[in-house]
Structures are given as C-alpha cells and as structure tokens.
Design a protein around this ligand. Structure first.
Ligand SMILES: Nc1ncnc2c1ncn2[C@@H]1O[C@H](COP(=O)(O)OP(=O)(O)O)[C@@H](O)[C@H]1O
Ligand SMILES: [Mg+2]
Length: 224
C-alpha cells in the first residue's frame, strides 16, 4: 500500500520544450500521487502529446525535471530511461498501437516479458486481467479481428498488466463512438483505481475530464 512517505508517482518541475525557435510550453509543473488522476486539456497543437512523451522518456524537454516514483527521468541515460518507463509507466494511445501480428493475449503479455517475469507468473496475471476486461473469449484473436472498443480494452490491459505506478493516456476515447468510449473510459478509471495507479489523461471530452480528480489546461497562448 502506498504511504504518505512515498515520493509522488509523478513530479514535474518547471518543464520547458521548444521545437527549433518555437516555444511549445514552459513552466509546466505538476504532481500526482498514487491513486490520483488528472485530465490534460488544450487545443490541438498545444503540445499535449509531446508533454506525455517527455513524461515517459520517449522525448526529452529542454529544461526542468521529471521524477517517476522518486527516480529522475530527465537526467537518466537512455537505457535507464527505458527501464524506468517499462517499470513505472503504462501507455494508452488514441489509435491503440497494438502489434498487429500478435494476438490479444500476446499483446497484453509483452510488458511482463520485457520485465523478465517468469512464464507461470505471466500466465496467472494474463488469465486474471483478460477476464477482468471481459475478453477471455477473444484472447487468441488478432487486433484486426477485434472492434475498436475491444482493441482499446486490450491496450488498457497491456498498460496496467505489470502494475506500473503511472498510466499516461493520450485521448483514449478519441477514436471510439460515444457509447463505446464511455464504457472504455469506465474500464480505464476502474482499473486505475483498483490498482492504485496515478493517471494523467489527455482528452477533448468534458465528461472524460470530469471523471478525473483535477483538470490541467494547456494555455492557448503557449500554442500560438
Ligand atoms: N519532432 C518534432 N519536431 C518539430 N515539431 C514538432 C515535433 N513533434 C511535434 N511537433 C509540433 O509540436 C506541436 C505540438 O504537437 P503535439 O504535442 O502533437 O500537440 P497536441 O498533442 O496538443 O495536439 C505541433 O505543432 C507539432 O507539429
Ligand atoms: Mg496529441
């Protein structure tokens, strides 16, 4: 169980990023503890995806600090940054990003394989999570054989399966119809709560933002 003595899951201090001579954002600071959720809203092009990339070591800011569960990500060597991301972060994307040649269960198994979990532990966790997302009967289906909602359920399972501290979700319902999106959002919020993860979710949906504890906004002037 997380305690008040634990470092925040995510601590961001005075982060700034430019592309060439154009300032994308600056002065970005935020903190999320275990079990806390935040929505990130802002117009297209305001740098939300770039920010998420900088919070998991896929991209790097020009200045400022990113700490994941007390580990400094921004100053980490590439191999350390990859290791931190694999352990600490689960990612959910708008367009699912499932590997097309792997089945639903193989996609979900990947993060556990990358962390070197033993086969019996992987199998046990896989059976548990695939039932939890209601897709036990579709475990062997390829992504192309699944609906959009089913693909995003698989992607959410893949994001949480190794029990990372932080889930970063980039418009997770943006490619789904309203009803499917609502069900998928419910699953994401429930799983995050059950596992005690922190969640940072980019969304254009007011209903989705309202499901989070706080709402952070990219200032439009930064996007100009
Ligand atoms: N590697 C890059 N080089 C130059 N500009 C980039 C790069 N990646 C993103 N951008 C630009 O940064 C801006 C913010 O992009 P993005 O983070 O995708 O915004 P959002 O997710 O809020 O729509 C866009 O104008 C985009 O073209
Ligand atoms: Mg984006």
């Amino acid at each position: 169980m997380p305690s008040s003595l634990d470092p925040p899951v995510l601590a961001v201090r005075a982060l700034a990023k430019s592309f060439e001579d154009r300032l994308l954002w600056s002065g970005v600071s935020l903190e999320l503890n275990a079990g806390q959720s935040a929505a990130l809203i802002g117009p297209s092009g305001s740098g939300k995806t770039t920010l998420l990339n900088c919070l998991c070591g896929v991209d790097f800011a020009d200045s400022g600090e990113v700490h994941l569960s007390g580990h400094r990500l921004d100053a980490a060597q590439p191999a350390q940054a990859t290791e931190l991301r694999r352990r600490q972060v689960g990612l959910v994307f708008q367009f699912f990003h499932l590997l097309p040649t792997l089945s639903a269960s193989e996609n979900i198994e990947l993060p556990m394989q990358l962390l070197g979990w033993e086969k019996s532990r992987r199998r046990q966790r896989l059976a548990e999570i695939i039932e939890r997302i209601g897709l036990g009967h579709r475990a062997h289906a390829l992504p192309s054989q699944l609906s959009g909602g089913e693909m995003q359920r698989v992607a959410i399972a893949r994001a949480v399966v190794h029990q990372p501290a932080l889930i970063l979700a980039d418009e997770p319902t943006g490619n789904l119809d309203a009803r499917t999106g609502e069900a998928v959002l419910q699953l994401l919020v429930d799983l995050v709560r059950e596992q005690g993860c922190a969640l940072l979710m980019v969304t254009h949906s007011e209903q989705a933002a309202a499901r989070c504890d706080q709402c952070l906004s990219m200032q439009p002037w930064l996007a100009a």
